[in-house]
Design a protein. Structure first.
Length: 395
């Protein structure tokens, strides 16, 4: 690989050679995520809690082989640091698997390393469509933006909405969401009257939302990453009079559970399409929530928690399929086409793309039992693929 030095490649080769020469005692999994900083509450903590909930329900061994999780902090988009952390985990900590990765640039930076080392990486977030195609050893258990956005566009058309302004954060997932919504909405006869892109560093959303209000569309489609910016954006939607002007707020994860209670009444009525709500009514979700509550009584399950929970299931299957031995190709092949019932509903790892196929639910924020805000599911788009790899979204 031209991106990697000879010294690093020799170290990787030596590590893998030595690993294969000895009996397996424990399989190590390196989990990379924002365990500190502004994104810890939305991603890092849920990653850890999702892994721990799965282990609590299924034990500390996979196929009889002990599994150890090693957590490494990566608070923000930082491709160089992402590559360095992944390298250290493989070479120094001798992990056989990697997992986590919130931000697309970080996952992309690790791809050449992963490909060379043949170490499977189970992605718990990084939702730009093209990410998984960058390494044969990537598997994703979260979602892609086209996957959850196309159903929102279809729903808007079903409700007779004809004019929309799109407002997205200006980076990979935001551009995926913008392009996918536009493609599906315009194909059904809708019109995008304005496309607004906001800098990732934006904290004052008033000017963007005032522009939306002045344009007076029937609805606004928005995408922002989890965390503090989304909380502020939802508040600004209310404070700048868009809700009062009956401009519908359509989105994906802008009302995710980590922020929902803090958003308060400003979030009521917001309609989003996503693959998980903690209010999902199924035996699997009830068991998952019970396990999570037992080990973390104050935890709030969100989509990142479930992605980590399901990602741990994939890791356990790979470890069992390879008898704990380092064989990245066999490990990945063992989960291609695998399907199971998740807390989010029925899911499958696509046998060709290694991406997830899953239901996408239209949800509306309303008050549930005890006045707690919930994302109530009211419509299901079944078995949605990654439309970005299907020809209807950006490549």
């Amino acid at each position: 690989m031209k991106y990697l030095g000879n010294r690093w490649m020799l170290a990787i080769a030596g590590t893998l050679c030595c690993a294969s020469a000895y009996a397996v005692d424990t399989v190590k999994v390196g989990v990379v995520g924002p365990f500190s900083g502004p994104f810890a509450g939305a991603f890092g903590t849920p990653f850890r809690q999702g892994v721990e909930a799965y282990v609590a329900m299924n034990g500390t061994t996979a196929g009889g082989i002990p599994v150890e999780f090693i957590y490494r902090d990566l608070p923000s988009p930082d491709p160089q640091k992402a590559k360095s952390i992944a390298q250290d985990l493989v070479v120094k900590d001798k992990v056989q698997y990697l997992a986590g990765f919130v931000f697309t640039p970080n996952a992309m930076a690790a791809a050449p390393l992963i490909q060379s080392a043949k170490v499977p990486l189970v992605i718990f977030n990084a939702s730009t469509s093209m990410v998984v195609s960058k390494s044969d050893f990537f598997v994703r258990t979260s979602n892609t933006l086209p996957q959850v956005t196309v159903p929102v566009a279809k729903y808007a058309l079903e409700k007779g909405i004809k004019t929309v302004v799109t407002v997205v954060s200006d980076y990979g997932p935001g551009l995926d969401a913008e392009a996918s919504f536009k493609s599906a909405f315009e194909a059904g006869g809708g019109k995008i009257v304005e496309a607004i892109r906001m800098p990732m560093a934006a904290t004052d959303f008033g000017p963007f939302l005032q522009k939306v209000r002045a344009t007076a569309p029937e609805a606004m489609f928005a995408f922002l990453p989890f965390g503090p910016p989304t909380y502020s954006f939802v508040k600004a939607y209310h404070d700048n009079g868009l809700k009062a002007a009956n401009i519908r707020f359509l989105g994906t994860a802008e009302t995710q559970e980590s922020d929902l209670q803090a958003q308060g009444d400003a979030a009521i009525g917001i309609e989003t399409g996503y693959h998980y709500s903690s209010a999902h009514n199924s035996p699997e979700n009830k068991a998952f929530l019970a396990s999570l509550a037992k080990i973390h009584p104050t935890a709030v399950a969100n989509p990142a928690t479930v992605a980590a929970f399901d990602g741990t299931h994939v890791l356990y299957k790979m470890i069992a399929a390879t008898d704990g031995k380092p064989d990245g190709a066999k490990a990945v092949a063992s989960v291609q086409g695998m399907s199971w019932n998740s807390p989010r509903g029925p899911i499958k790892i696509d046998e060709k793309t290694r991406d997830i196929i899953q239901n996408v639910y239209m949800r509306i924020v309303e008050k549930g039992p005890g006045g707690k805000l919930i994302n109530k599911e009211f419509k299901t788009f079944e078995a949605q693929p990654d439309y970005g790899r299907q020809g209807t979204g950006p490549k």
